[in-house]
Design a protein around this ligand. Structure first.
Ligand code: HEM
Length: 151
């Protein structure tokens, strides 16, 4: 019995060839998607600068600095750097408290959240972070608001 017509054989060969050509594309999907936000921001040194200057702004910000009166700022800086590094697809693992735990009992308001975001934007501007990258980072942080406020 003839199992395959010459046409089907040619067709199957074509499919195999097409798949073989498509495979390297899949294998390199990560490369094709371009640099991570972490890389685009400038890696760990840039994130350290952004967080450092943001916290300097926060400490000088009379709208919200009372929340940080008893905070160990160098420790908070370390946690924030690790968190932002991970969130932007950098090589870090955030091991601090989750956002609900970290802000429990503070009863933060949306206005407090917005003030902190402004202090972050001020820091990103002074560190010459392009607006497109600023927005990408803010888009990652914004959905955390429900875990941070009214806790
Ligand atoms: C998306 C927004 C925010 C993020 C990603 C964030 C992130 C963090 C992180 C990672 C920590 C450290 C947790 C740990 O020690 O394990 C923390 C602590 C803290 N956060 Fe936030 N936070 C946000 C918003 C805010 C806002 C709006 C305020 C107040 C205006 C605030 C006040 C604090 C304070 C006071 C602490 C330190 C508590 C302590 O002294 O241990 N956070 N936050």
């Amino acid at each position: 019995m003839k199992l395959q017509s010459p046409h089907l054989t040619r067709h199957l060969a074509g499919v195999v060839l097409t798949c073989a050509m498509a495979l390297p594309t899949f294998a390199h999907a990560e490369m094709a998607s371009g640099p991570t936000l972490y890389e685009q921001l400038g890696g760990k040194p840039a994130i350290v600068m952004i967080v450092h200057d943001m916290l300097a702004n926060v400490v000088a910000d009379n709208r919200i600095n009372h929340y940080f009166a008893k905070t160990n700022i160098p420790h908070l800086q370390m946690e924030l750097v690790s968190q932002i590094c991970e969130l932007t697809d950098g090589p870090c693992k955030y091991t601090g408290l989750n956002m609900q735990q970290a802000h429990r009992g503070m009863n933060l308001k949306t206005a407090d959240f917005n003030a902190l975001v402004e202090d972050l934007q001020k820091s990103m501007n002074s560190n010459n972070v392009p607006l497109g990258l600023q927005n990408q980072l803010l888009n990652i942080l914004a959905p955390m608001e429900p875990d941070v406020v009214h806790k």
